[in-house]
Design a binder for this molecule. Structure first.
Ligand code: SF4
Length: 90
Protein backbone atom coordinates (compact mmCIF):
# COMPACT_ATOMS: atom_id res chain seq x y z
CA UNK A 1 0.00 0.00 0.00
CA UNK A 2 0.95 3.61 -0.41
CA UNK A 3 1.18 6.02 2.51
CA UNK A 4 -0.97 9.03 3.32
CA UNK A 5 -0.78 11.85 5.81
CA UNK A 6 -3.64 11.89 8.27
CA UNK A 7 -5.57 14.86 9.63
CA UNK A 8 -3.55 14.72 12.88
CA UNK A 9 -0.60 16.31 11.02
CA UNK A 10 0.56 19.49 12.76
CA UNK A 11 2.26 20.93 9.66
CA UNK A 12 5.69 20.77 11.27
CA UNK A 13 7.54 20.26 7.94
CA UNK A 14 9.90 17.62 9.33
CA UNK A 15 8.92 15.00 6.77
CA UNK A 16 9.16 17.06 3.59
CA UNK A 17 12.96 17.34 3.34
CA UNK A 18 13.63 13.66 4.07
CA UNK A 19 11.68 12.33 1.08
CA UNK A 20 14.22 11.13 -1.50
CA UNK A 21 11.55 11.42 -4.21
CA UNK A 22 10.33 14.85 -3.19
CA UNK A 23 6.97 13.20 -2.68
CA UNK A 24 5.79 15.34 0.25
CA UNK A 25 4.54 18.87 0.11
CA UNK A 26 2.34 21.30 1.96
CA UNK A 27 -1.35 20.76 1.42
CA UNK A 28 -4.23 23.04 2.29
CA UNK A 29 -4.61 21.88 5.89
CA UNK A 30 -2.02 19.16 6.37
CA UNK A 31 1.00 17.95 4.45
CA UNK A 32 0.32 15.56 1.57
CA UNK A 33 2.10 12.76 -0.25
CA UNK A 34 2.03 12.80 -4.06
CA UNK A 35 1.05 9.21 -4.90
CA UNK A 36 2.89 9.44 -8.22
CA UNK A 37 6.14 10.10 -6.35
CA UNK A 38 5.74 8.26 -3.06
CA UNK A 39 7.52 4.92 -2.98
CA UNK A 40 7.98 4.38 0.78
CA UNK A 41 11.64 5.04 0.04
CA UNK A 42 12.13 1.66 -1.59
CA UNK A 43 15.55 1.56 -3.24
CA UNK A 44 16.76 4.41 -1.01
CA UNK A 45 16.19 3.41 2.62
CA UNK A 46 15.04 0.36 4.56
CA UNK A 47 12.07 2.28 6.00
CA UNK A 48 9.94 5.20 4.80
CA UNK A 49 11.86 8.17 6.15
CA UNK A 50 8.74 10.28 6.69
CA UNK A 51 7.43 7.69 9.14
CA UNK A 52 10.79 7.59 10.90
CA UNK A 53 10.84 11.33 11.56
CA UNK A 54 7.15 12.20 12.03
CA UNK A 55 6.66 13.17 15.69
CA UNK A 56 2.98 12.21 15.64
CA UNK A 57 3.17 8.93 13.74
CA UNK A 58 0.38 10.21 11.53
CA UNK A 59 1.49 8.63 8.25
CA UNK A 60 -0.47 5.39 7.91
CA UNK A 61 -0.93 3.06 4.98
CA UNK A 62 -3.54 4.20 2.47
CA UNK A 63 -6.09 1.36 2.31
CA UNK A 64 -7.40 2.70 -0.99
CA UNK A 65 -4.08 2.54 -2.81
CA UNK A 66 -2.49 -0.85 -2.97
CA UNK A 67 1.02 -1.11 -4.43
CA UNK A 68 3.41 -4.02 -4.36
CA UNK A 69 7.04 -3.40 -3.48
CA UNK A 70 7.96 -4.17 -7.10
CA UNK A 71 5.55 -1.50 -8.34
CA UNK A 72 7.04 1.08 -5.96
CA UNK A 73 10.56 0.14 -7.04
CA UNK A 74 9.61 0.50 -10.72
CA UNK A 75 8.11 3.92 -9.96
CA UNK A 76 11.30 4.98 -8.22
CA UNK A 77 13.43 3.86 -11.15
CA UNK A 78 11.18 5.65 -13.64
CA UNK A 79 11.50 8.86 -11.68
CA UNK A 80 15.28 8.72 -11.24
CA UNK A 81 16.33 10.21 -14.63
CA UNK A 82 13.79 13.05 -14.41
CA UNK A 83 14.77 13.83 -10.83
CA UNK A 84 18.48 13.81 -11.75
CA UNK A 85 17.81 16.35 -14.51
CA UNK A 86 15.88 18.58 -12.10
CA UNK A 87 18.91 18.53 -9.81
CA UNK A 88 21.30 19.47 -12.64
CA UNK A 89 22.53 15.97 -13.37
CA UNK A 90 22.88 14.25 -16.79
FE1 SF4 B 1 2.74 16.34 9.49
FE2 SF4 B 1 4.21 14.35 10.54
FE3 SF4 B 1 5.00 15.58 8.30
FE4 SF4 B 1 5.08 16.88 10.64
S1 SF4 B 1 6.29 15.07 10.08
S2 SF4 B 1 4.35 17.71 8.64
S3 SF4 B 1 3.25 16.05 11.65
S4 SF4 B 1 3.13 14.34 8.55
Amino acid sequence: MALLIADECIYCDVCEPVSPNKAIGAGALVFAIDPDRGTQCVGHFAQPQCRVVCPLACIPQDPNRRELREQRLAKSRRRAPADAKMQGGP
